[in-house]
Design a binder for this molecule. Structure first.
Ligand code: SF4
Ligand code: MG
Length: 283
């Protein structure tokens, strides 16, 4: 059995001490170890931002891609090499601002891969300004009078867009985070994992302590049925997205490659039919 250290690259992380992203990195490495994935069968594709560095810290194939564009690359990699385990990772700005269109369409498309958002509710790399997930009233250098917009709700967006595995974790609970990443990788389809990962340098509101106090752990809720779409919607609204655990899983929706293979087969068959009809006509 492999362990997290088998997936540590030679590159030393340059994140600020205490940054939540260390925990997410370790959780990805531990999950890969639990699933015994060979390093050459793993690909990590990241976007731009502090979180974007993560692809360089995992000993696997990696692409540190363009801002908001990790998902098109990751889906392409999976489509041409289905044997790879593909993980895309990026920040909340990357996935829910510049890359939102790709996020929504990847959820709708259902390629068999895992998308992990390291969500710190701020832009860290550019020294702290509001992201699409920052709360209304959030004060930063770019919004000194407070953010005037309501935050986006990624889990509701994922449900509406058709993601087939939706979970949330937090850097402060690595055990649960490893578990939901393992299950996300095992899920046959597009897995969306939103991780509350504190930016200790620029976000002084959404801290480890804040998340500990405010996040509800769905694993402790006996009656949450992860296969019930309406219940998932209601659960998300009830706690305003402040939860950890698996919100929803859909095992019925066909994975994208299987759909394409079906189309290919039926096209070949219909071409054969046309050929036969033509043959009957002229003979
Ligand atoms: Fe982490 Fe924030 Fe530092 Fe970026 S700025 S490395 S997100 S603590
Ligand atoms: Mg961010």
């Amino acid at each position: 059995m492999k362990t997290a250290k088998d997936y540590a690259s030679d590159v030393k992380p340059t994140w600020c001490p205490g940054c939540g992203h260390f925990s997410v990195l370790r959780a990805i490495q531990s999950a890969a170890g639990k699933l015994n994935i060979e390093n050459h069968n793993l690909a990590v594709v990241s976007g731009i931002g502090c979180s974007g560095r993560i692809s360089g810290y995992v000993d696997a194939y990696g692409v540190h891609s363009i801002h908001g564009r990790s998902l098109p690359l990751a889906q392409g990699i999976k489509m041409v090499n289905p044997d790879l385990t593909v993980i895309a990772a990026g920040g909340d700005g990357d996935g829910f601002a510049i890359g939102t269109n790709h996020t929504v369409h990847a959820m709708k498309r259902n390629v068999d891969m895992t998308y992990i958002v390291l969500n710190n509710q701020i832009y860290g790399l550019t020294k702290g300004h509001t992201s699409p997930i920052s709360k209304k009233g959030f004060v930063t250098k770019s919004t000194p009078m407070g953010n005037v917009e309501e935050p986006l709700k990624p889990g509701l967006m994922a449900l509406a867009a058709g993601a087939t595995y939706i979970a949330q974790g937090t850097s402060g609970n690595q055990k649960q985070l490893i578990d939901i990443i393992v299950k996300g990788i095992e899920h046959k389809g597009f897995s969306f994992i939103n991780v509350y990962s504190p930016c200790v340098t620029f976000n002084k509101i959404n801290t480890y302590e804040w998340y500990k106090k405010n996040l509800i752990n769905l694993d402790e809720s006996e009656n949450h049925n992860i296969y019930d779409f309406k219940e998932a919607m209601n659960r998300y609204i009830e706690c305003d997205g402040l939860f950890t655990g698996i919100l929803y899983e859909n095992k019925e929706k066909e994975e994208y490659k299987a759909i394409l293979e079906g189309v290919k087969e039926s096209t070949v068959e219909s071409k054969l039919d046309i050929k036969e009809d033509f043959h009957d006509l002229i003979s």
